[in-house]
Ligand binder design. Structure first.
Ligand code: PGA
Length: 258
């Protein structure tokens, strides 16, 4: 049980996002969103901004159910191309996503960095494209186990943050997710103190804007550990992978104080 009233997060509302990765067809997506909505009530949405990021193929169906049922669930995408349009076979532009009422886009997830060769410069271009299309970039940063063991996590993460925001004057419309790579899908997590320390590094890297930006922790978050992370003032929410696929599990994560 977390005493949420003791936390002082200024005007940073809690934000809990489900990253479905390459899971759920558009038919599954409709069911999952509906079931999730049955388990949450208005008081939950008042306390927490709730987001889901389905695969591209499910976005239109997700949008339809969210709008038809007037659900206060934020729709997100897992990636976007940096160009407005063009000869980029297989890619999806930020403005195409915005047209589907997508509100946020995950950018620079470690799986994109690892399997699709995304570097800080590309992440930076994507962040700018997402902002230009009027959506919120959810920028993922985090270290490998090797970097952590070398005690270079802070420098590494600060470098990723600096790279992501290059040329962006106002970073207050961004969200950052600190996701240690060794904690993603492994069941392992850093201590809440370690997670909070790295998030404070992100805040410091952003300078005076840092205290206005929402910061999430991600990596093996589940219904059993989310409250511990949320008990840290500097952690405003969670980016949840595996445990967000099932609506019961995700609803218990959203209602972390119960
Ligand atoms: P996980 O994934 O919760 O399954 O560890 C988190 C993420 O990759 O965003």
């Amino acid at each position: 049980m977390v005493d949420v009233d003791e936390r002082s997060r200024e005007n940073r509302k809690d934000l809990i996002i489900g990253n479905w990765k390459m899971h759920h067809t558009h038919l599954d997506a409709i069911q999952v969103i509906q079931k999730l909505s049955y388990r949450l009530d208005l008081a939950d949405y008042e306390r927490v901004d709730v987001g889901v990021a389905p695969p591209f193929t499910a976005l239109r169906s997700a949008q339809t159910v969210i709008e038809a049922d007037r659900l206060p669930i934020l729709l997100g995408a897992q990636d976007a191309h940096f160009a407005e349009s063009g000869a980029f076979t297989g890619e999806i532009s930020a403005s195409m996503l915005a047209k589907l009422s997508v509100r946020f886009v995950i950018v620079g997830h470690s799986e994109r960095r690892e399997h699709f060769g995304e570097d800080d410069a590309l992440v930076n271009k994507k962040v700018k494209a997402v902002l230009a299309a009027g959506m919120t970039p959810v920028v993922c940063v985090g270290e490998t186990l090797e970097i952590r063991e070398r005690d270079e996590t802070s420098t590494w993460v600060a470098g990723q943050v600096t790279g992501a925001i290059r040329g962006i004057e106002d970073a207050t419309n961004l969200v950052f997710a600190y996701e240690p790579i060794w904690a993603i899908g492994t069941g392992r997590t850093p201590s809440t103190a370690d997670a909070a320390d790295v998030i404070d590094v992100i805040r410091e890297t952003l300078g005076p804007q840092g205290s206005h930006v929402r910061m999430l922790y991600g990596g093996s978050v589940n219904a059993g550990n989310v409250a511990d992370f949320m008990a840290k003032n500097t952690i405003d929410g969670a980016l949840v992978g595996g445990a967000s696929l099932d609506p019961d599990s995700f609803a218990s994560i959203v209602r972390y104080w119960i």
